[in-house]
Ligand binder design. Structure first.
Ligand SMILES: NC(=O)c1ccc[n+]([C@@H]2O[C@H](COP(=O)([O-])OP(=O)(O)OC[C@H]3O[C@@H](n4cnc5c(N)ncnc54)[C@H](OP(=O)(O)O)[C@@H]3O)[C@@H](O)[C@H]2O)c1
Length: 303
């Protein structure tokens, strides 16, 4: 099969298309003929080495959707599923997976892979923050997939949503341009919940904008590093800080939300946004597109 293999860290050119043996299905695993692969922003940071990964050259990628071609349970064969692997292997024509979620019949593979991880993150984040009607929430990077779904779902709960995005790339009650280094100064006071995904030392400036006993869900490092807050920052207003590791401590919550997230796509509550699709062989161009930040929505690879 054709697969995209990462050789070292660096620019998009470290991703090469190669012939690789098809994976063997282990016990309890299904074999999936891949139809669509997501290229989220964090994968560009893994590829460049900004987020350390390590290991030998291996098939890159984490999020794939496709059709089951082999399974212990014969009734699964022919069903469309989406899978998320922490250990890579998704940029390929065939993947083996032990964890997968059935995709509703009306949802395409592209939409399933564009939404499964980010929408389930949004559902689990919102649940953990326990956002209620009438609260004001700040959603960072609402032009991204997780942030976009968060803004939509928080709005549906009756929250007032302040969002950040590159120019004009989000839909919320108030949208601030996060490419302006001083954007945090323009956030109004009295925020109940911050969904923090940009990170970096300047995130602490937001503590002054939170209402007493406000909550911060810190889950991303789009700037290249997680946010830093001191206890003094938090104590002044009695804030709660939750470091939301959707791949770690909260992994079960996110995985448990996956089917619900896909149902929200199927019933039209959430609309996955696809920026562009590329053939698998153009994975390097797909990474360059994500890094350019010129588009909005998921870049998707199609084998
Ligand atoms: N905790 C977890 O388990 C977990 C799981 C998955 C993802 N994440 C994190 O969640 C975050 C968002 O992921 P996603 O999949 O929603 O992203 P995405 O859909 O790939 O979108 C990228 C977003 O990042 C913004 N962005 C990129 N660099 C930025 C910077 N330096 N400053 C501000 N904004 C920047 C872009 O904004 P514009 O182009 O509009 O400017 C766009 O909104 C990432 O940090 C990722 O690491 C965490």
């Amino acid at each position: 099969m054709r697969a995209v293999v990462q050789h070292g860290t660096g620019g998009p050119e470290v991703l090469n298309v190669e012939d690789r043996p098809e994976p063997h299905r282990g016990e309890g695993e299904v074999l999936i003929r891949v139809e669509a692969i997501a290229v989220p922003f964090y994968e560009t940071q893994l590829r460049s080495g900004l987020i350390p990964a390590g290991g030998e050259p291996s098939v890159f990628g984490h999020e794939a959707a496709g059709t089951v071609v082999e399974a212990d349970d014969r009734s699964l064969v022919g069903r469309r599923v989406v899978t998320m692997s922490f250990t890579g292997g998704a940029y390929a024509e065939v993947v083996a997976a032990s964890q997968y979620t059935l995709v509703p019949e009306t949802v395409s593979a592209e939409h399933a892979v564009a939404a499964a991880v980010p929408a389930s993150m949004a559902v689990a984040l919102l649940r953990t923050a326990n956002v209620v009607e009438g609260e004001t929430v700040l959603v960072e990077a609402a032009s991204g997939a997780i942030g976009g779904h968060l803004a939509r779902l928080a709005g549906r709960r009756g929250a007032r949503v302040i969002a950040t995005a590159g120019k004009g790339k989000a839909d919320a009650d108030v949208v601030l341009d996060h490419n302006d280094p001083a954007w945090r100064k323009n956030v109004s006071e009295g925020i109940d919940v911050v969904f923090e995904s940009i990170g970096g030392p300047r995130a602490a400036e937001l503590t002054a904008k939170l209402a007493p006993r406000g909550r911060i869900l810190a889950y991303g490092l789009l700037s290249g590093e997680f946010a830093t807050f001191s206890v003094a920052d938090l104590a002044a207003r009695g804030l709660t800080l939750i470091g939301f590791g959707g791949l770690d401590a909260y992994a079960k919550d996110v995985a448990a939300a996956r089917a619900e997230a896909l149902d929200l796509v199927a019933d039209g509550t959430l609309t996955p946004v696809i920026d562009r699709t590329y053939p698998l062989a153009e994975a390097a161009a797909a990474h360059a597109r994500v890094e350019s930040r010129e588009g909005a929505g998921r870049v998707v690879l199609v084998p």
